[in-house]
Design a protein. Structure first.
Length: 248
C-alpha cells in the first residue's frame, strides 16, 4: 500500500511542479523567463513518457516470438514518441527541442531489457534510474534539468503493474481484498505533490531541490523491490525461476 502511495505521489508531483520549475529556472534566448504558454508541450512529453514505457512493456502481452519481441522493444517506444511529436505538430508547437529525447529513451529500453520481465528487478532498476534522473535535474541547469525531470515519466511508466503484481502475489483468497486496499492508496498523488509544493517555497528547499521528495519516494520503492523479492521467495514465489507457487 505504501509502495502504491509513494509511486502515484512521485508520478503526479514530478509533473505538477515542472511548470513552476521552468518559470523560475529556464530562460529564453533573450534572457526572459520561459513563457508559460510554451510549457504545455514539455508537460505533455512527461505524460507521453509514461505512454512510451507502457507501449514498450506491452510487447510481452502479444505472445510474439523472442526475436520479434527484441525488435519491438526498440520499435514501440519510438512509435509512441512519434505519436507525441505528431500531436504537438498538429497543435502547432515547435517540436525541434524534443528531438534530443530520442537518446533519453535509450536508457529506458536498456532498463527494460535488463529487467527481463521480472517485476521486482524492473522496479529496482527503474527506481534507481529515476533517482539518477532527479539528481541530474537538481544539479544541472536549464533544459538539461527539464529533460532530466521529464525522463522520470519513462521510469515511472511501468511501476504500477510491477508494484501491484508483487503486492498481490501469494494472497490467495485475499487477493480481491488486497487489491482494494492498493487502489485506495492512489490518494498519494494529492499528498506527495502537496508536500513537494510546500517544500518548494523559497523559505524551505526551493523548487529545484524540492525534487528530493521524489528521491525519497523512489528510494522506498527500491527498498520495497529488494524486500518483497525476499519475502516472496520464502513463500516459494520466484519470478527469476518462473515458478509460481505458495498460493500465487
Amino acid at each position: 500500500m505504501l509502495g502504491i502511495f509513494v509511486y502515484v505521489g512521485v508520478e503526479v508531483s514530478t509533473a505538477s511542479n515542472l511548470p513552476e520549475f521552468m518559470k523560475q529556472h529556464v530562460a529564453t534566448a533573450d534572457g526572459l523567463p520561459f513563457p508559460t504558454e510554451n510549457i504545455a508541450p514539455f508537460v505533455s512529453l512527461y505524460w507521453a513518457s509514461l505512454m512510451i514505457g507502457r507501449w514498450t512493456s506491452s510487447v510481452g502481452a502479444f505472445g510474439v516470438k523472442p526475436g520479434l519481441k527484441k525488435i519491438l522493444n526498440f520499435v514501440m517506444p519510438y512509435l509512441a514518441f512519434g505519436v507525441f511529436l505528431i500531436v504537438n505538430k498538429i497543435a502547432k508547437h515547435d517540436i525541434t527541442p524534443f528531438y534530443i529525447y530520442v537518446f533519453v529513451i535509450i536508457f529506458m529500453i536498456v532498463g527494460t531489457l535488463l529487467s527481463r520481465g521480472n517485476p521486482a528487478r524492473q522496479l529496482l532498476i527503474f527506481s534507481g534510474m529515476a533517482i539518477v534522473a532527479l539528481f541530474i535535474g537538481m544539479l544541472a541547469h536549464g533544459m538539461t534539468s527539464v529533460f532530466a525531470f521529464i525522463s522520470v515519466g519513462l521510469f515511472c511508466s511501468t511501476l504500477w503493474p510491477c508494484i501491484f503484481t508483487l503486492a498481490i502475489a501469494g494472497l490467495g483468497k485475499h487477493t480481491n481484498e488486497g487489491a482494494s486496499f492498493l487502489i485506495m492508496m492512489i490518494f498519494g498523488g494529492g499528498v506527495i505533490s502537496l508536500l513537494q509544493g510546500w517544500l518548494a517555497g523559497n523559505h524551505y528547499l526551493g523548487i529545484q531541490w524540492s525534487y528530493l521528495v521524489g528521491v525519497a519516494c523512489f528510494s522506498y520503492l527500491a527498498f520495497y523491490a529488494v524486500k518483497v523479492k525476499a519475502v516472496l521467495k520464502s513463500q516459494g514465489i520466484d519470478y527469476d525461476a518462473l515458478q509460481q507457487s505458495g498460493g500465487h
